[in-house]
Design a protein around this ligand. Structure first.
Ligand code: NAD
Length: 500
């Protein structure tokens, strides 16, 4: 596989014979410099139907393979992903604007790990049901059945990782998938389809369609789609879940957040700042679980801010392929405009104190990158809970510092949101850390760290941040339905219709 900058196909259904049919096209842009990378054809309804039909055709054979055989094929895809890690990372860097130091170490690695995890899980009995003796003459057994053809709809921040976190359990459980990447970061999808094909995944098991919301909406409503696994904004998630509910489809919703990080009074300041930096500036703040509301004890405010100002100097925007670069641009012009609007709002309407950063791009960007979608790491302090920049997801490198007097108060304020994706605490007294985490309303939580999300750890949001989980043992359950069978062995059928 080499990086190809030729026109993309409209869709890839694992079968070179299937013809592509497009509904117009658009250009995919390199966010570091604003220049086009390649052209993407939107999938027409006819193409989407063909992708779904190819998945339907592949389903009977794929779903009836013993799990260990499916696992063997998926393990070959894991090996290919690792073999081609650097090339795939290059593609992700071009497409998302994330530094190569990040994509080459995280994006493909964490996707391949999840594929390996689910392949191992189904090969070692993860799809086994249970059986029990109900009474001497009767037993019950259950089986986990695949759902059928499922749709995966991705966001733009972790493109190949999202595609793998959805397709890995989906395919391992015996389902087929029609996957739509975000229109902003579509490049990985065809390469992932190539990886699956080279690994021996049969034609039609993994299919890709391209386009924006209307392609996603078409998939969501399609009667042949049994489940929609969606990653994106809360507002879009509500539309998708509503449409899917209308047809009684299964859903998994991985949505946005405005997560709190509570720095406890006994926290070591340097460690708290390191966690806050990871929770706000990693991936230029474009991480759903970001801890953007940083609650700091009032007495620690000054020392926290001065340590933070020192460490912000270690944020290094620049050439994305320089391994020292640890901060990229935002992923698109639309998104840059949105983040800058929030920073303006924070200064002008919310009247928070701007500790560092602001609306200007970073200084000292190389000349060729000045046309990219850059912003600076930005910190607001003296923030109040009712400020827009504190309440709404910005999805960029914008930290808000809120001071508190008692831990009870910090917890109450941290929970006073309709969102519940992630939360974290930093502190030395581990009992107090556990107690605080237990009282925070979020599905993904960390103690004295931020952001790591290994394959074994089920992740999913509470409240409006989502429905269901991805990864971990529970992640597989989201791709199967239960069948229970009661077997009567005594020869006498319980009946009310016996002769009197
Ligand atoms: P988005 O909601 O704008 O788009 C997500 C996907 O939905 C895209 O593929 C888009 O084309 C598609 N879409 C748009 N309208 C649709 C419709 N009516 N029906 C079906 N599909 C439709 O989100 P985004 O801007 O791409 O992603 C950023 C958001 O994703 C942030 O809010 C972030 O927090 C969230 N996110 C959540 C997680 C998680 O695991 N919880 C992970 C990554 C990102």
């Amino acid at each position: 596989m080499g990086f190809r900058d030729a026109d993309r196909h409209t869709f890839y259904a694992g079968s070179p014979q299937l013809s592509a049919d497009s509904s117009g096209s658009y250009e995919s842009i390199d966010p570091s410099n604003g220049k086009p990378i390649c052209k993407i054809n939107n999938s027409s309804p006819k193409s989407i139907d063909a992708a779904i039909q190819s998945a339907q055709k592949a389903f009977p054979e794929w779903s009836s393979k013993p799990p260990i055989e499916r696992a063997r094929i998926l393990q070959r895809a894991v090996a290919l992903l690792r073999e081609h890690n650097d090339n795939l990372a290059r593609i992700e860097t071009f497409d998302t604007g994330k530094p190569y130091s990040e994509t080459s170490a995280v994006d493909i690695v964490t996707g391949a790990d999840v594929l390996e995890y689910f392949a191992n899980l189904v090969a070692s009995g993860g799809l086994n049901g249970e059986s029990f003796r109900l009474r001497p003459s009767a037993s019950v057994y259950t089986s986990k059945e695949p759902l059928g053809v499922c749709a995966g709809i991705g966001a733009w921040n972790y493109p190949i990782q999202i595609a793998l976190w959805k397709s890995a359990p989906c395919l391992a459980a015996g389902n087929c998938m029609v996957y739509k990447p975000s229109e902003f970061t579509p490049l990985h999808a065809e390469y992932l389809a190539d990886v699956y094909r080279q690994a021996g995944v049969p034609d039609g098991v993994f299919n890709v369609v391209y386009g924006s919301g209307e392609v996603g909406a078409y998939l969501t409503k399609h009667p042949a789609i049994a489940k929609v696994s969606f990653t994106g904004q809360v507002s879009t998630g509500k539309k998708v879940a509503g449409a899917a509910a209308g047809e009684m489809k299964y859903v998994t919703m991985e949505l946005g957040g405005k997560s709190p990080l509570v720095v406890l009074p006994d926290a070591e300041v340097d460690q708290a700042v390191d966690v806050a930096m990871m929770a706000n500036f990693y991936s230029t703040g474009q991480v759903c679980t970001n801890g953007t509301r940083v609650f700091v004890p009032r007495v620690m405010k000054k020392s926290f801010e001065s340590a933070l100002l020192e460490k912000v100097k270690f944020v290094r925007p620049g050439d994305l392929f320089d391994m020292d670069t640890n901060f990229g641009p935002l992923s698109s012009k639309v998104h840059q405009d949105k983040v800058i609007r929030y920073i303006h709002h924070g200064i002008e309407q919310d009247k928070a104190t701007l500790l560092c950063g602001g609306v200007e791009p970073p200084v000292n960007l190389p000349a060729g990158l000045k046309s990219g979608y850059w912003v600076q790491p930005t910190v607001f302090t003296d923030c109040k809970d009712d400020m827009t920049i504190v309440k709404e997801e910005i999805f960029g490198p914008v930290m808000t510092i809120l001071t508190y007097d008692t831990i009870d108060e910090a917890i109450t304020r941290a929970n006073a949101t309709e969102l519940g994706l992630a939360a974290g605490v930093v502190g030395r007294d581990i009992d107090r850390c556990h107690d605080t985490i237990a009282r925070l309303q979020a599905g993904i939580t960390w103690v004295n760290t931020w952001g790591e999300s290994p394959a074994e750890m089920a992740v999913g949001g509470w409240k409006q941040s989502g429905v269901g989980v991805e990864n971990g043992r529970r992640g597989l359950e989201a791709w199967v339905r239960n069948k229970s069978t009661l077997v009567e062995m005594g020869g006498s059928v319980p009946t009310v219709f016996a002769k009197l």
